[in-house]
Ligand binder design. Sequence first.
Ligand code: PGA
Length: 246
Amino acid sequence: MARRKLIAGNWKMNGSSAALSELDIIAAAAKAAPGLDVALCVPFTLIASAKARVPALIIGAQDVHARTYGAHTGCISATMLLEAGATAVIVGHSERRAEQFESDAAVRAKVEAALSVGLTTILCVGESEAERDAGNHLITVQSQLDGSLPDEASGLLVVAYEPIWAIGTGKTASTEDVAAMHRAIRKRLVGRFGAAGDAVRILYGGSVKSDNAAELFGVEDVDGALVGGASLTAAAFVPVIEAAAG
Ligand code: PGA
């Protein structure tokens, strides 16, 4: 099935108002590639100004609370994200699973909350280096999916496979390993959601940059990328967008 590619940048805890000038060139590159979606997930504080600056670009957040409102100091709800101008959100990134101790069940609740208000929801999964070395990578990711997928798939659901050992390290999984994992994820999605599982986009993430993007996008069932470091500047991110555009 032909799926529209999504290239999503993840600024993590980086960026400032001054850095938003990078978005002008990224938005121009996105406009020149109408066959794919380009999103930038920026810190909460930059969402509104990013959206105001480049309205045509998909602006996303990097986390969301499972509840709509209430006594949750420091947290942001899905409706608040929408009001700020976000139309996408990353959920369950490995850095949050590790640093904020997010469980699969907590991630699942966030996914449901984000989908319920219409946010494009990028659910992250991925194994550690020890899990891969032990040969447990497929089982780890399957169990993350089983614990964190929502009840129903919609076109808004996106899965990002990000091997933890490849994030920010300059290491990338081999195309064979990426193909095997994406195939396994697709099988799980179709098993769970039927035809709707075939429409869910599966992104690869982990040190994606200009020199490996084209090869990764050539792999079956790789429907785009979640890009950290190389999304911080237009100079690094635009070539990734261009590689996806073909
Ligand atoms: P990286 O980060 O591209 O810097 O490896 C990817 C991510 O964590 O989403």
